[in-house]
Design a protein around this ligand. Structure first.
Ligand SMILES: C[S@@+](CC[C@H](N)C(=O)[O-])C[C@H]1O[C@@H](n2cnc3c(N)ncnc32)[C@H](O)[C@@H]1O
Length: 474
């Protein structure tokens, strides 16, 4: 990879051996760095910037490519990865994306994912020895992300793998005896969606029996693994499908529902057991969910974060709560439709159904107005321009917080896609860049990772933008 190191060294009249001395590395290493034959680590970059009193972008040249492929910024690769695969997620990125970034940092770095979702960032950090923190608005996803790291850690550190295996054996024995008997499922499942036919009568009874069983497990960690095994297979065993959004199955999709939900559940428990066994020699580093809302201020962590790795909700992207409503219902996070609405109030305004309440309190951003006004003119649904204004206002609030949380020169790796409404293209990356810059960040690079097409055929792209907290720029 091209960089400016040689140019800067010569301009400063420093020989290779002098520089090697100053950096306490070998001359051949400096030569390799200059030729771009090996990657400059974040630590080395900091050292060089200090020596030459230059910025990191000057050292590297503006374009810093990450060599990512499209699948790194989707959840696809995670479906094969130990532990990541415990919950079928669509909107995430992959372990490889996070690894490509954190390997540039020293092991004492603190990583933050403000939109932690299923926990790809925090689990990858835990696997690789990095401390991490996260915020996430959806309580189901907080449960999933916490279980994948902290519960697994506790199971391993407290030698409870055997106990978990024995509990699975016991479950299998119990179910052979009693799962065939009838059950009053209304005792174990709240009535919210009973009338919606989301599950067959048989499967709703199986779910009730599973809940009955795990409610009696005394060990919190083992109970959480039994719960996570259930949420990991719920949609698969329902009449619904998550095909981008959650919807009813049609035609042949109905044939893909497993015939025997209880066997599928046991398989899932065993998959979880085997994954834990396979990581038992790696000491997972604890992660911490510091709160439920990236828009809130977390004073305790200000100036402590080295790097933010995240993918926020896309404007009018997924409805994260509706998509997880079966799991939220079965795990009793909601018992009323009002609860779903309540959860949406803290979320980034990214869909038209949470437009009305947030709309009056947004910050007006002059560079967003051009697009919002164009939509005022053409949008039949008047919520759309409101959504666009509120979305960028929320993103602005999160960037104010990013600036507070990051150390000087800390970076944000932001995975984002653009959108269009009524033929008006919203250049989300450019607008986010403006937001970041107005909050004291420099843009280090902006790379297209994947192209996609909107319903009306407009070419849209998914990008990774790297920002750096400038010193004294704010
Ligand atoms: C694109 S997903 C992140 C997926 C994650 N990178 C992964 O691999 O699992 C965006 C997440 O942001 C969450 N979210 C939305 N508004 C939020 C807010 N105000 N604070 C924290 N999380 C929020 C959503 O619930 C969703 O889980």
């Amino acid at each position: 990879m091209e960089n400016n190191l040689k140019k800067i060294r010569l301009a400063n009249d420093i020989s290779i051996s002098e520089l090697a001395n100053l950096c306490q590395v070998t001359e051949s290493y400096i030569t390799k760095l200059e030729k771009g034959n090996c990657k400059i680590s974040q630590r080395m970059l900091k050292k060089l910037s200090r020596i030459f009193n230059s910025t990191e972008e000057d050292m590297m040249g503006y374009q810093k490519t990450m060599n990512l492929s499209g699948s790194d910024v989707t959840f696809t690769n995670n479906k094969k990865e130990s532990i990541h695969r415990w919950y079928p997620y669509i909107e995430g990125f992959s372990q490889g994306f996070v690894e490509a970034i954190i390997k540039e940092y020293d092991l004492d770095a603190l990583v933050y994912d403000p939109f932690n979702g299923s926990g790809t960032t925090t689990l990858t950090c835990a696997f690789n020895g990095y401390r991490s923190i996260g915020t996430e608005v959806n309580p189901l996803m907080r449960f999933v992300a916490n279980t994948k790291v902290n519960v697994v850690r506790s199971i391993i550190n407290n030698n409870k793998i055997d106990k978990f295996r024995i509990e699975i054996d016991n479950y299998v024995k119990e179910t052979n005896k009693r799962l065939s008997s009838d059950i009053d499922y209304t005792i174990y499942i709240n009535s919210l969606y009973f009338t919606y036919d989301f599950f067959s009568e048989d499967n709703i009874k199986t779910i009730a029996k599973i809940k009955k069983y795990y409610s009696l497990i005394r060990d919190d960690d083992i109970r959480d693994l039994f719960k996570l095994s259930l949420v990991g297979i719920l949609v698969e065993c329902s009449n619904m499908i998550r095909s981008v959004d959650l919807r009813r199955r049609k035609g042949s999709e109905l044939k893909r529902i497993p015939n025997d939900m209880n066997s599928r559940y046991i398989d899932q428990l065993l998959k979880i057991l085997n994954d834990i066994k396979s990581v038992k020699d790696i000491s997972l580093i604890e992660m911490k969910l510091i709160g439920d809302n990236a828009k809130k201020r977390y004073v305790e962590y200000e100036n402590k974060v080295d790097v933010i790795i995240t993918s926020p909700p896309y404007v009018n992207g997924t409805n994260y709560f509706r998509n997880t409503k079966l799991e939220l219902w079965i795990l009793d996070f909601i018992s009323d439709e009002k609860d779903l609405k309540e959860l949406r109030t803290n979320a980034i305004t990214a869909g038209i159904n949470n437009v009305s309440k947030s709309i009056d309190s947004h910050t007006e951003l002059e560079f967003v107005e051009k697009y919002a006004r164009a939509l005022d003119d053409v949008a039949k649904d008047k919520r759309i321009p409101k959504l666009v204004r509120a979305y960028f206002s929320d993103i602005n609030t999160t960037f104010i917080n990013f600036y507070r949380l990051l150390k000087d020169r800390g970076r944000v790796y932001f995975d984002i896609g653009d959108s269009q409404y009524y033929g008006v293209h919203i250049p989300v990356d450019k607008l986010i860049s403006k937001i970041a810059k107005s909050n004291g960040f420099l843009e280090i690079s902006n790379e297209v990772i994947r192209n996609r097409k909107s319903k009306n055929g407009m070419l849209l792209s998914q990008r990774v933008i790297i920002f750096e907290k400038g010193m004294n720029t704010k």
